[in-house]
Structure formats: C-alpha cells, structure tokens
Design a protein around this ligand. Structure first.
Ligand SMILES: NC(=O)CC(=O)C(=O)O
Length: 298
C-alpha cells in the first residue's frame, strides 16, 4: 500500500464545550468563560475550543432578533468577548453561533465566528441552509420566519494545523459544503456547531456526522448545546468527534460537559490509501453537480 502524500500537519487538540444557554446573555457568556477556564485547567495543552450553536441566546425563532448583535471586534458585545477569550487564553476558538444583525440590510443571520490565538477573526460563516421542518407528531421549526440564509461555503486556515471547513447544524444535511472544504481547501476536518433536537437527533445525528466523515475521509466535529428541558427547544446533546474512517472517537452525554479529543491528520493518508475514493471520483459523469458549486474563501 503506498501512502498518499499530504503536507505534514500537527495533531490538533480540541475541547468541545457542551453548554446550555438561558435567557440572560451575560450569564451565558460567563458560563462560557468559566468552562473555557475549566477546560484549560484540565488540559492546558488544548489548541482549539469549540462552542455550540446559539450559545449566547435561546434557540428560538421569536428570540433571534431580540438577541441579535453586529459582528464587530470594536462594537459587537459577543464578538469582542470571543476575541478577548481566544487571545487571553492563547487558543483557537470556534465560536459556536450567535444571532447576527446586519446593520445595513437589517437582516438576521445565524453566524459562526472563528478566532486565532491572537484574537483575530479568521472565519465567519452564516448558516446557509435554514432549518425549516415540520415532522408530524415530532417538531415544527421555521428559522426562515426570522433568519436569512448565508450564501457561501466556508473554510479557514489554522496555521500549522492546516485548513478546516465549517457549517452550522442543518448545513450538515447538505454534503456539498463538506465536499467543497475537502476538495477546494484540502481541509482535514469539518466543524459543525449544531443543535439537533430530541426528534431528529436520534434519527440522524450520528448517521450524518459519520457520513460526512466517510464521504470526505476527514474528521467531523459536532458541538451541541446541553439538553435543557425547561427551554422551548430540547437540544439533543451528544457532541461528537468522528475520525476519517467513520469511527466515533468521542461522544458527550446530554448534560453540560467538556469533551476532549485529538485530531491527528496523519490518519488521513492511511485511510485515503486503503479506500482510494479520493482518486476514483467520476467528475466526468457528475459534472453538472460539480459545476453548480459556488465556492468562496472567507
Ligand atoms: N437545528 C438545526 O438546524 C438542524 C436540525 O435539528 C436537524 O437537521 O435535524
């Protein structure tokens, strides 16, 4: 077996903070700060910390505008908070997601912000596929009642660790975003802050994470809010890390929890050489789909 050559990248040590978010934004931010401190106390060599979808506000269509804020390191309360948190702790920070107010269009987005160790904003993704579903006897949710969709696939550079792709929650159901990150950016992992629920979580959470990992032969990382039965939306929990072979390597329960994992990119060449789908793609027969992609850098 000859190994596929990929640039030698460093293993990335990550901590996922599975937290609940209540009605008080300050309390939610304080909870994040305390858990970052706790994670770094337990594992001081952590390189990257990830937060869940909607960590500073309730996950509720009728609350997004009320909690929304501009994304600005100067004027945005949560942007500033995240930037300082990354810098003061010398970590990369995948800032889950927050309701973002675009001051020009007055539209609201579900937006994820990623910061480097200096607190620089290195990535911004607006949830591209809005969660509009209606499962009889299960759950009805319509993000598009108050949110607008983002319009690009996102991937970012983490210096010596290489590139990652990022989507938010429902975005995981659309394999194209992960495929773009893998093929256009040679990403070694796809990160999804995500709040599945007690109906769709048991149905599809693990299946989708493992599918995206196996499709692209890279790591898939999902960070969920903790389950809070007193809130209107019951998050699934089960934050998850899946390796490039589709194996679950770390999984949280349903309560607040810090989940640690290490993403070793040296696994990718072995997996890709064993089952070489990377070389076996038939773009000659699915060219129409490929040419409809609209890739964009940050
Ligand atoms: N909450 C979401 O965006 C997605 C979800 O719960 C699902 O796809 O299921």
């Amino acid at each position: 077996m000859s190994l596929i050559k990929l640039p030698l990248l460093k293993p990335l040590k990550i901590a996922l903070l599975q937290l609940s978010a209540g009605a008080n934004k300050q309390t939610n931010l304080l909870n994040v700060e305390n858990h970052v401190a706790e994670a770094l106390k337990l594992r001081p060599d952590t390189d990257l910390i990830m937060l869940p979808e909607c960590f500073n506000s309730p996950y509720a269509v009728d609350k997004f505008r009320e909690y929304s804020e501009v994304v600005s390191v100067k004027d945005g309360e949560t942007t500033k908070f995240l930037s300082n948190l990354a810098k003061s702790n010398n970590v990369f920070l995948v800032g889950g997601s927050i309701p973002e107010l675009d001051p020009v269009s007055n539209q609201i987005y579900n937006t994820s912000l990623t910061f480097d160790r200096n607190g620089e904003l290195i990535g911004k993704h607006r949830k591209a596929h809005l969660f509009d579903i209606d499962i009889k006897g299960g759950i009805r949710f319509k993000e598009s009642d108050s949110l607008s969709p983002g319009n690009k696939a996102s991937y970012f550079n983490l210096n010596e660790f290489g590139n990652i792709g990022l989507g938010i929650c429902y975005d995981i159901r659309f394999p194209e975003l992960a495929a773009i990150a893998q093929r256009k950016a040679n990403a070694f992992a796809m990160f999804y802050p995500g709040a599945f629920n007690t109906t769709t979580g048991p149905l599809h959470w693990h299946l989708l994470a493992r599918s995206r990992a196996v499709d692209n032969q890279f790591f898939v990382v999902l960070c969920s809010p903790a389950r809070d039965l007193s809130s209107s939306y019951h998050a699934y929990g089960h934050s998850l890390v899946v390796d490039p072979n589709g194996n679950i390597v770390a999984e949280a329960g349903t309560d607040e929890e810090i989940l640690f994992a290490e993403l070793d990119p040296s696994l990718l060449p072995t997996v890709r050489s064993s089952i070489p789908i990377t070389f076996q793609r038939r773009f000659d027969i699915y060219d129409d789909v490929a040419s409809s992609y609209t890739p964009a850098a940050n």
